[in-house]
Design a protein around this ligand. Structure first.
Ligand code: DI6
Ligand code: FE
Length: 402
């Protein structure tokens, strides 16, 4: 049973203790196998750990390894041409007529095999890993046939075997109505979304069920049908809610005890209260807010007041958030959404773990948790959110049985 000791660290444990960031000024961490066994101030080592190898980090900062709890990392093609067209003055409709928009990503994703999807996703995954990320949530949602959704989920799961990272998959067939079901969203749910969910569940490919509740996607009534089937299969749910308008999606999600409701720019007080009551995490996605040049801010003060846990994620996708940097996302969460640096860092560690149902496993540096640790060349944790386009990662440690 290999043991080792990491010492000479400033440790932002991110547990909810009395100090900001759960900070331990000069301390050590004892690891055994893939677990944290102890965290102490100073150089004191438990007597039965004498003789164990000690690595000194010269005062560097340790935090929990980062967690990106909302991504669409697996997809085909990209939408740079559409970005260019819009900046040259094309309207959304013109873009759509030229084959752009989410439908173009669906076509590109359908056209690719599982191997190619994996190859394309790897550089994005590596960018996240390079910034200290050890856990990534990845959604389907660009296949929109049962087989193409399963292909995306298999690709997501394969990534986990190719890199030292943990992947949690979400089934997002209720992301958009595909062209062949135009105007027949209910039939799409009956014929594709629900059977595909059963297949994904039978194959063990899915950790949670997600949806896009919006005027341009699915109504709360339609999402209710999707969630009812998820519940019958014993799968937790989450929802893209209140991104562009307030349809009461977060409230619906909370009524199913959702892990999270995500985006939330248009969330009202009722929705906040429902989330607080259910313990549903608010996942804020400043990359989409920025890319869409949204002006409606998520109700951060109301979420805080109600004690709703707040997480932050990249939403990495080819349309509304072509963003593969969680550190930049944290900076955006502070600058655009006025999260404090401590809230932002908690949002990509402790609360992101909660948003994935992994709060007993990772997200803080505490005895019993996995040895998912990021060590940074910085003195103070606020430096992680303050710089823009700068990556001070020194070392990432990942507990092995990911
Ligand atoms: N909300 C979004 O912002 C993305 N999906 C979603 O549910 C958009 C995805 C895309 O444009 O490809
Ligand atoms: Fe998303």
């Amino acid at each position: 049973m290999p043991r080792n000791i990491l010492s000479g660290l400033r440790i932002a444990t991110m547990d909810k203790g009395d100090t900001a960031y759960g900070l331990v000024e000069r301390g050590s961490i004892g690891l055994e196998d893939d677990r944290i066994v102890w965290v102490t101030a100073g150089n004191a080592v438990p007597s039965d750990w004498r003789g164990v190898e000690i690595e000194d980090f010269g005062g560097r900062l340790a935090t929990p390894a980062l967690i990106d709890c909302h991504t669409h990392l697996v997809f085909g093609g990209n939408r740079a041409k559409e970005f260019e067209m819009r900046l040259e003055g094309a309207s959304y409709e013109e873009v759509a007529r030229a084959g752009g928009g989410i439908v173009s990503t669906v076509a590109a994703t359908r056209a690719m095999g599982e191997d190619a999807l994996v190859e394309d996703a790897l550089p994005r995954l590596d960018a996240l890993i390079g910034e200290g990320v050890a856990t990534v949530e990845i959604k389907s949602g660009y296949g929109l046939t049962a087989e193409d959704e399963l292909k995306m989920l298999r690709a997501a799961r394969r990534l986990e075997t190719m890199r030292p990272v943990r992947v949690k998959t979400s089934y997002l067939a209720a992301h958009a109505v595909p062209p062949e079901y135009k105007g027949r969203a209910d039939a799409y749910i009956d014929e594709i979304v629900l059977p595909g969910m059963e297949a994904a569940s039978d194959l063990g490919l899915v950790d949670a069920v997600d949806g896009f509740c919006e005027g341009i996607a699915f109504s709360p009534e339609q999402m209710n049908r999707v969630f009812a089937r998820a519940r019958a299969l014993g799968l937790p749910v989450k929802l893209h809610a209140e991104q562009l308008s307030d349809l009461g999606g977060a409230k619906l999600a909370a009524s199913y005890g959702a892990l999270s409701a995500d985006h939330l720019e248009y969330l009202d007080e009722d929705g906040v209260a429902a989330m607080a009551e259910a313990g549903t995490v608010a996942v804020l996605l400043p990359g989409a807010f920025y890319t869409l040049r949204e002006t409606q801010l998520p109700p951060v003060a109301a979420l805080r007041r109600a004690g709703v846990p707040i997480a932050v994620a990249t939403d990495c996708n080819p349309g509304s958030s072509p963003l593969a940097s969680l550190l930049l996302t944290l900076n955006m969460a502070c600058t655009l959404f006025r999260l404090t640096p401590e809230e932002a860092l908690a949002g990509a560690t402790r609360e992101a773990a909660r948003a994935l149902g992994l709060q007993d496993e990772t997200g803080t540096l505490e005895p019993g948790k996995r040895a998912d640790i990021a060590i940074w060349d910085v003195e103070h944790p606020a430096e992680l959110t303050y710089r823009i386009g700068f990556n001070p990662l020194h070392r990432r440690i990942v507990g092995e049985d990911a």
